[in-house]
Write a protein that binds this ligand. Structure first.
Ligand SMILES: Cc1cc2nc3c(=O)[nH]c(=O)nc-3n(C[C@H](O)[C@H](O)[C@H](O)COP(=O)(O)OP(=O)(O)OC[C@H]3O[C@@H](n4cnc5c(N)ncnc54)[C@H](O)[C@@H]3O)c2cc1C
Length: 388
């Protein structure tokens, strides 16, 4: 198929994560040549669950993935905030139930990546086991090409373009992730956000339609632990001690509708990372090299927005490439739309983190009020409108 763009040269994408593979799929669908380089030997099978907001699900639907997404992922109906005894404090409707035409989808990261890859690989050229370095970026063979850094939070492309922008900002929490098959969680379509007085938080949601059809839930969960409490981890050496540490943190918690002990001890795998972001940049490009996704705007992973924004970046960039006479103008239009929109979300995630932590000192009534305000403000700041 002939390329539907006036830009000469091809698109070189660094990183086959959600953003990079979505961009490759979108460009392939309009006949634009693209080469994608990934440091891993194969498409990543790692990772737990992701939430994709309706604005990004609509991009995936347009790629022809509606049926497959529906048969793999869960249409999330609500976010329910509960206390440490499982009592509902507040419930926020999501996706279709919140009035969108398209659902919010919770899905395993590797399943989603594979679905998008099936579209991208038909036309894009994938090169695995190639780790991009700064030297690669200056290869003369790519002088006419657009280079897209979709290489995630530790982006080499960003480091090369903006070496002074790599300082991490800590959210003061460690994130413990797990994924556990369990009896069905509530209606099978609800995300749980639970808090305790010490600042420990649990986020849990089902991610697999196959489990749902069997009357179960494959629950993706994250326990957020304040750094001050997580220090005890320094002396932990094995998985048994790690689960023991997590169980002690929530020993006063009890939900009638979810066995927390089983959730933590029966996880297939455990992962611990720090909650970090970076200060928003006012430029994501230099010459014909541009950033998308976490490379451009890492954010605290608490607003269910990281993967969503990388998909919307990919959609915006592919559209501006199609509409523009050259790559420079495509980049300029892309930055004009996306930098203010996503910078707002990075800051909204910080604000939500601080407010949720502060709300734990409040009494029940004040806390419910605060949760409603926080959720409403976050939605207003982060939902894409037609004018964005
Ligand atoms: C393995 C993995 C597991 C994850 N699991 C979760 C999860 O369970 N829950 C969650 O909320 N978020 C998870 N994330 C983060 C989440 O995918 C991103 O926040 C979001 O999807 C934005 O994606 P992205 O495409 O910008 O970056 P990423 O999804 O991080 O993808 C970046 C890709 O670039 C590749 N790469 C990096 N450096 C180079 C290089 N120098 N040369 C070539 N390739 C390079 C990486 O291997 C990776 O495949 C995970 C990320 C990764 C990489």
């Amino acid at each position: 198929m002939a390329a539907i763009t006036n830009c000469s040269g091809k698109v070189v994408i660094v990183g086959a994560g959600i953003g990079g593979v979505t961009l490759a799929a979108l460009l392939s669908s309009v006949g634009i040549e693209c080469n994608i380089y990934e440091q891993r030997m194969t498409l990543s099978k790692d990772g737990f669950g992701l939430n994709i907001q309706p604005e990004a699900v609509s991009v995936l639907y347009r790629l022809g993935l509606a049926e497959k997404l529906d048969s793999c992922g869960i249409q999330t109906r609500a976010h329910r905030y509960v206390d440490h005894l499982g009592t509902t404090l507040f419930e926020e409707a999501r996706g279709i139930d919140a009035g969108f035409d398209i659902p919010q989808i919770s899905i395993s990261r590797s399943e989603l990546l594979n679905l998008i890859f099936t579209i991208a690989k038909t036309k894009a050229t994938f090169n695995f086991d190639v780790k991009f370095s700064t030297d690669f970026l200056y290869k003369t063979q790519w002088a006419k090409d657009l280079i897209v850094g979709a290489d995630g939070i530790n982006s080499v492309v960003r480091q090369t373009l903006f070496p002074d922008s790599m300082q991490l900002n800590s959210g003061g929490m460690m994130l413990w992730r797990g994924i556990t098959p369990m009896p069905k969680l509530l209606d099978g379509q609800t995300m749980i956000i639970a808090n305790s007085g010490e600042g420990v938080r649990l986020i849990a949601y089902p991610v697999s339609k196959a489990h749902d059809l069997r009357g179960e839930s494959l629950i993706n969960w994250v326990i957020l632990v304040p750094m001050s409490l997580d220090k005890q981890f320094d002396t932990i050496i094995n998985r048994f001690q790690a689960t023991d540490f997590l169980l002690k943190l929530i020993k006063e918690w009890h939900f009638d509708w979810l066995n927390l002990q089983t959730l933590i001890t029966s996880s297939k795998t455990l992962m611990r990372t720090a909650m970090v972001d970076r200060k928003p940049l006012n430029k994501w490009s230099h010459n014909q090299c541009v950033l998308i996704g976490d490379a451009a705007h890492p954010m605290f992973p608490i607003g269910a927005n990281g993967a969503t924004q990388s998909i919307i970046d990919a959609e915006t960039l592919s559209s501006t490439i199609c509409e523009s006479p050259d790559f420079e103008s495509a980049i300029a239009k892309y930055e004009h739309v996306r930098i203010p929109a996503v910078s707002k979300i990075v800051m909204a995630n910080r604000e939500m983190n601080s407010r949720e932590l502060a709300s734990q000192a409040l009494n029940q009534q004040e806390r419910i009020r605060e949760l409603v305000i926080t959720a409403t403000n976050y939605k207003a700041e982060t939902t894409r409108t037609n004018s964005d």
